[in-house]
Structures are given as C-alpha cells and as structure tokens.
Ligand binder design. Structure first.
Ligand code: HEM
Length: 386
C-alpha cells in the first residue's frame, strides 16, 4: 500500500510544473525511505560548517561513551575522560537520519496519498474517505516544530523554539496543541538515543527533517536551543485560532515578527496533512496529496470554489468539485484579503517561489527567540534520504 502511495506521490511531483534553482532537499542513499525522492538533481552537500574547529575533535568524542545526557556531558575514551562532548554537523546528521528512519518505518503513513489518482487523472473523481494515514508523523512533526516556535512574542522576547516548554502543562494542554503528544512521544526514542541533544533542538530539527523527507525544500538548521522549565510556559492564546480572519492572522504573525509575505508562505504548509475532529474539531485535508510538500494549497485556494460545509462542526469550507477537501476560515482569509492574496496568487503559479520563500520563513520560524552563538551562515543543510 505504501509503495502504491509512493508511486502516486512520484507521479504527482512529476506533474508539478516547476523546477528551479531553489531545489528540494538533497537526498542521501544511506537507507531506503518511502518518501518522495523525486525532483532529483538536487544540490547535495552541506552549508558551511558550524564551528570548523569543532569538527576535528568531533570524531574522537563520537567514539566515546556518553555517561550523562545534556549539555556538558563527559565522554570517555579507553576509560579516560575526554572532556565535554561537542556535537558536530555529522552528529546532527545522525539525529536527522534516525528521525528519517523512524518515519520511514511507519509503513502506513502515506497510505492515503491518492494525489493524481483520483481527481487529477479521472474524469469522475473518486470520493475518498480520508483516514489518519493521510496525516501521520511527518506532518504532525511539522506542526510540533511550528507550535513550539510560534509562541514567540518579539516585544517581550518570550516564547519561541528556545525551551520546548510544551513538554509541560499548562502549555501541553492548550487547545491549539491538541494531538501533539503523538509527535512528542514519537521523538522520545531519538532523544534517548542521542541524549546530548536538547528537546528544543530535536523538535525543530525533526520539523526540518519532515519537510525535506516529504519532498519539500532544504531547511538549513543550526543548533543552540536550550530546554527551559515549566516556569517558561507561554500563556494560552499565542497560536492562531482557525475560526478567525485576516486581522487575527496579522496580529499573531506580526507579533512573531513576520510580514504578510512570510505569513502566507508559512501557512502554505497546509499542503500537508489534515485536520482531525478529535484534535481541532476541523476535519479533512487541504489537498489531494497531503503527504507531498507542494504549492497545491495555494492552487486550490485560487482555482477551486469553496462552499461552507453543512455539518455539525466548526465552520469550515469544502471544495465544490469533490466535497472531499477542506479549508478553514483562516485559510480562506488569505484570498479574501487583497494583500495576502497577492502572495497566494504568486505561489499558486510559481512553485519555486513558494519553495524558496517557505524555506526562508520556516528557518526564521524555527529560530525565533534563540540566542545563537553561531551565525546564520553556520547553518547545516542535512542530506535527505533517497
Ligand atoms: C493562521 C495560521 C494557522 C492556523 C489557524 C492553523 C490551524 C491548524 C489546524 C486547526 C490544524 C488541524 C489540527 C488537527 O486537527 O490535527 C492544522 C494542521 C496543520 N498545520 Fe496549521 N495552522 C496555521 C498555520 C500553520 C503553519 C504556519 C504551519 C507550518 C509552518 C502549519 C502546519 C500544519 C500542519 C503540517 C498540519 C497538519 C497536521 C497533521 O496532519 O497532523 N500550520 N493547522
């Protein structure tokens, strides 16, 4: 089933027009993965090395045995203490690979990707019942990285990805975070295997990994986040409420420091996954290929007619052609508001522009509130899997 879905995903990507200088994530062949390895000829390799001095010692430390987790952990080589473990780019690539491997092990995850098979290639669209398989760990990892970072308030410098405070109540119980325990739990074995990484670095790295593994753009990433305790939990209400309109979107995204263009680009992540009645109350996916990163969310926003769904749930909209997709009020606000719509139109036509601008905005999102010692040019570009 998964392989059928993979073929569908490949066909979908082949049918997606754009190719450009801004490439999807480069892929390595260290292990086979079920994700979309299309849009080949991607640039390979890493961005500039973070702290080149660190790299030389990293190999030695990596041979050592960790005796304690977290920053400052001491490593032992042949019984001799060798000083604090300083992870290198290669160590973080190992974390990336482990997340990608666990995602690949999810045999059912892309079961529901019916991309081109139904509406695009059949005259009569087949109605499809969307299931949990339409959104699984990949998409929920993207949502975790976003919710961990999107609490940032630029005025007070509070919230953001530096802290991983969603580990604690009350933040874990905030309505907006419903369903994210699945993602946090999914990453715990990775944390156990690499105890030196902080939760906040791990969650953001996993979000970057999920985007790349779903055929999205490269997401350059750098470490440096520290976990905080319960006292740093953010107040409820910082994440957007999908029942609202354009003013609310601007209130929330401007508070984080984004402009219109960046806000629209970020919300384009709704090409992925779906809403669940038992999490947000909303139901369904935004497009026909919820396991492939694409500009389909924008194309459908512009080209499809969206009618209010008649159902016993929150106000949401459904596509006229198949009645299988959905948009939430905040999604439709992107075409109702003139300034937002300029970007929606652009992204609907130009997948390359979307990939590039999404990547830049997502990198910025994942770094909100982090007092990095490193420079932006020190970011790593991880190799994605084949
Ligand atoms: C106005 C802004 C936004 C609102 C109101 C919003 C709201 C929501 C809601 C209600 C869901 C459904 C959750 C569920 O029931 O499982 C959802 C899912 C999702 N959101 Fe957003 N979101 C916004 C922006 C973003 C951004 C900026 C990103 C990432 C950059 C993002 C990524 C996702 C993903 C990947 C899912 C699917 C999760 C899954 O399949 O489990 N969203 N969003």
């Amino acid at each position: 089933m998964a392989s059928a879905a993979r073929s569908a995903s490949r066909a979908f990507l082949r049918s997606t027009p754009a190719t450009s200088s801004f490439r999807p994530a480069a892929r390595s062949s260290r292990f086979a993965l079920p994700s979309q390895s299309l849009r080949t000829s991607a640039r390979r390799g890493y961005a500039s090395e973070a702290g080149s001095g660190k790299s030389s010692s990293g190999g030695i430390w990596a041979l050592g045995l960790a005796v304690a987790g977290g920053a400052g952990a001491y490593f032992y080589l042949n019984g001799e203490p060798k000083g604090p473990f300083v992870p290198t780019k290669d160590d973080y690539q190992k974390v990336y690979d482990e997340v990608a491997r666990l995602l690949a092990d999810e045999t059912d995850y892309d079961d529901g990707s019916y991309g081109p098979v139904s509406v695009q290639f059949h005259q009569k669209p087949m109605r499809k019942e969307f299931t949990d398989a339409d959104s699984s760990q990949h998409q929920v990892l993207v949502r975790l990285a976003w919710h961990a970072s999107g609490t940032y308030d630029k005025e007070t410098g509070t919230g953001g990805s530096n802290g991983a405070t969603m580990r604690f109540a009350p933040e874990s119980d905030h309505g907006a975070n419903a369903g994210l325990k699945i993602a946090r739990d999914f990453l715990e074995p990775v944390k156990a295997k690499f105890p030196w990484i902080t939760h906040s670095d791990l969650w953001t790295l996993a979000g970057a990994c999920a985007i790349q593994e779903l055929g999205g753009p490269q997401i350059p990433w750098r470490p440096g986040r520290e976990d905080k305790d319960v006292a740093a939990c953010t107040p409820d209400g910082r994440l957007p409420d999908a029942t609202q309109g354009h003013r609310h979107i601007r209130d929330v995204f401007y508070r984080m420091g984004f402009d219109d263009r960046e806000s629209v680009a970020l919300i384009g992540a709704h090409a992925l996954g779906r809403a669940h009645t038992d999490r947000s109350g909303f139901e369904g996916p935004w497009d026909f290929s919820p396991t492939v990163f694409s500009n389909e969310f924008f194309r459908l926003l512009v080209e499809e007619k969206w009618n209010q769904r008649k159902w016993n749930g929150p106000a949401q909209f459904t596509d006229k052609s198949t009645s299988t997709l959905m948009m939430m009020p905040t999604d439709l606000a992107l075409v109702k508001d003139k300034a937002f719509k300029t970007h929606v139109d652009r992204y609907a036509k130009d997948s390359d522009a979307f990939f590039k601008e999404f990547s830049e905005s997502f990198v910025k999102l994942l770094e909100l509130g982090v007092p990095f010692q490193s420079k932006p040019e020190d970011r790593y570009v991880f190799k994605a899997s084949e």
